[in-house]
Write a protein that binds this ligand. Sequence first.
Ligand code: DSN
Length: 416
Amino acid sequence: MRNLKKKDLQIYNLIKEERKRRQDGLEMIPSENHTFPEALEPLSSILNDKYAEGYPGKRYYGGNEIIDKIEILCQERAQKVFNVPYVNVQPYSGSPANQSVYFALLNLRDKVMGMDLSAGGHLTHGWKVNFSGKYYNSVSYGVDKGSNRIDYDQVAKIAKKEKPKMIWAGATAYSRIINWKKFKEIADSVDAYLCADIAHIAGLVIAGVHPSPVPYVDVITTTTHKTLRGPRGGLVMVTKKGIKKDPKLPSKINKAIIPGLQGGPHEHQIAGIAVALKEAAKPSFKIYGYQVVKNAKALAETLKKENFSIVTGGTDNHLLLIDLRNKEVTGQEAQDLLDKSGITVNKNAIPFDPNPPFNPSGIRLGTPAITTRGMKEKEMHMIGNWISQTIKERDVRACNRIKKEVKSLCNKFLIP
Ligand code: DSN
């Protein structure tokens, strides 16, 4: 960043400060990661400067012969790692990717069904103040009150009653395997499109530690910067099953993205995603995905020993949702305390939360970023104990002491 340092010292210094914050602390928000450094480099390249509305071979602007090669490479790599026949790599991020699916598959006010935000779903799966709940007729399913797991019988019942045209499977705060097959049976029973939003688990799907939705769903969306470790971005994929159901689905998605929703694709971002997909195809990425899950399970075990209540009793993936009510601390208070100890988490609603979303009863923890740094079960045990001590002692002196210990661990595990 030589030029930046010379021309804008303020921004340069703030980036340096943020880098130091990330190096000295533990990033445990499950949707965050440390991106492959080689995948960040195209973001600051001249690819940023090019307009390329359209698709490879059919652009509205000249000078795109090299850009076409980059976008095709990204498409091919995504098709290969996810094993799908069609992918659109242009969505700016996850929400536009999901929005394009609504534009492609539904008419305004059509009925869509998704997991309730308060049960762990995403805003774009039909939440009332989001476009998906405002302009579409949305109905939701939740989790079972006893187990806090998706109740597939309840999903089937709601689908039968409501007859949605499209169903979302996928979540942002759900720590268990999603049963794609059951969702397929439900969608088939009401002749609905089935869409999987795998933003959180894309890297785990590639690594083979979460079952792939490919054989069961019509459309798949994902972000590229969570467990996948790429730059920010989004992908929309159509499966063989989806093409069989509606051969026009790929062209409907293409049209929904441009001219429907977006303008010029961010080709510097697409190049970075291509680099990340190349990394994700390597055997080392499988080892990474496997360790992410092993670490989440190890962290859950340590926290359980410290009498933390883990929603669903544990985890099958990269995240844990903790119900803090027995600790007599709110999600906001826990997040603030842990910030002081150098451990970054996010406050999160728990299923059937009696408290409001801005001051919920839980926190969400994830292992993707700390696993990228090379941490393993031994470190998870240390981190679990620091989380416990922070919440138990809840004073500035304890947080300062823990922050020093966190920093000393972090010094041994450099961020990329
Ligand atoms: N913001 C993401 C998350 O934290 O899960 C979802 O889009």
